[in-house]
Design a protein around this ligand. Sequence first.
Ligand SMILES: *[C@@H]1O[C@H](CO)[C@@H](O)[C@H](O)[C@H]1NC(C)=O
Ligand SMILES: *[C@@H]1O[C@H](CO)[C@@H](O)[C@H](O)[C@H]1NC(C)=O
Ligand SMILES: *[C@@H]1O[C@H](CO)[C@@H](O)[C@H](O)[C@H]1NC(C)=O
Length: 433
Amino acid sequence: MAERAAFIHVFTSTCALVVLGESLQSLHWKRLSDSLFFDGAVLLRRDFAFKRDILRTVKTSGEVHCGLACLSESDCIAQTYCREPWQKLKGTCYLHRRGIKDGLAEDAFVKSDGCTYQQYIDFHTPCSSKCQNGQTCSYDHDNRRYACLCEKPYTGMYCEKSKAMAFYFTFLGARGNTGPTSTAGYKRTPLEGTVTLNKGIQIWTVPFTARYSFTVAGASGGKGYQPGGNGAIVSGIVRLFKGTVLHLLVGQKGLKGSSAAGGGGGTFVVFSNNTLFAAAGGGGGGGGQITSKVGDDGQKGTNGSVYGGVNGLGGKVCADELNYAGGGGGFRGDGKCAFNITCVSPRSCKEAGFSYFNGGVGGKGDGNGGFGGGGAAYNDFGGGGGGYSGGGVYATSFGSRSGGGGSFGNGAPLSSSGVSHSSGDGYVLFRYP
Ligand SMILES: *[C@@H]1O[C@H](CO)[C@@H](O)[C@H](O)[C@H]1NC(C)=O
Ligand SMILES: *[C@@H]1O[C@H](CO)[C@@H](O)[C@H](O)[C@H]1NC(C)=O
Ligand SMILES: *[C@@H]1O[C@H](CO)[C@@H](O)[C@H](O)[C@H]1NC(C)=O
């Protein structure tokens, strides 16, 4: 670098500029726009022009007036003044929004006789009392000055503005009873590079403290001869803190078997200490016969429907014939199967959906349940939906019905308001503001 690192302080309250040849200079200057004093140094480069980040171009009579023009604009960091070839006292003044970084951007200088580049380097922290939204004043190495350091979603000189942001979590293209294995689906979205997977569960850290609106949707049951039930949607507003880690299991649709279909998975949002934030129930799988019922929708309340689970447990199956259709998994209890219409002796089976705590894998059978604890179908009988409590199944030779999973919202059981329905795979949306 051509400039010598020499600078002095000049403690006068009026405009004072000390020129030390091609060197770093110091000055104490009043910024005209906001009455702040500039106390710092100037990086000076003679016979060079800087061609980047031009805020504005003005005609001035001399270098000092060009400097005043820059200091009177709060966004101006540096200036290039180029003398007019035929006039000693008139020139073009380029005001720059950015200067050169520490030791970088040297290539942005263009040798230009008659031009002078000057960059202001603040020594003071005039911004500390002005940074809004809890943002801090710190030294900005790129621009060699103190500035409000605005973290997402805040922008603006004093972090006074904010940018709307939406974080949309999907099933990432995964199908059936197990979850996604790649986050490639988040490329070019605000979630790119921020989500890791653990056995299909998405782990995400809240990026900034704010009040977010959230929507959590369970998946639909699969369509057999009859349609599957829709997933429940739980929505509301929550204040989340930066750094809080969330585990998200996004429910997947139940699959169609030979005639009936598996139950939809529930969608779960859980704090890393295993406290449930929200769960939206999946729909029951569609039955395989004209006498079967349509799958139940994900439920507004915490209980699953049709012999569904309660208090976070899995759904049961009540049948009057040999039947392996699976109940949906709940938050803490797996779904069950049964071969007894009295429903008194439910047992574990591979067709039942696993609970969130046991990984949330859907049941395996003739029409797998969706990831998120959906129960599998068996012959004409659809599987139960997963959810806060799993949906159950009622199966007789005269028809059948599969239940939807229960829902839970914002750390508390839900009243019937705030729950609606969606078809397809589950999702989670956090939106600011
Ligand atoms: C779990 O973490 C959440 C979020 O940080 C917090 O609100 C909740 O109180 C914690 N629960 C327990 C039991 O520690
Ligand atoms: C859930 O089921 C239990 C047991 O049948 C019942 O006592 C409770 O009231 C139900 N909860 C709701 C919200 O319907
Ligand atoms: C069904 O359950 C009842 C009550 O426990 C029992 O008496 C009966 O033997 C069971 N039937 C079958 C087929 O398991």
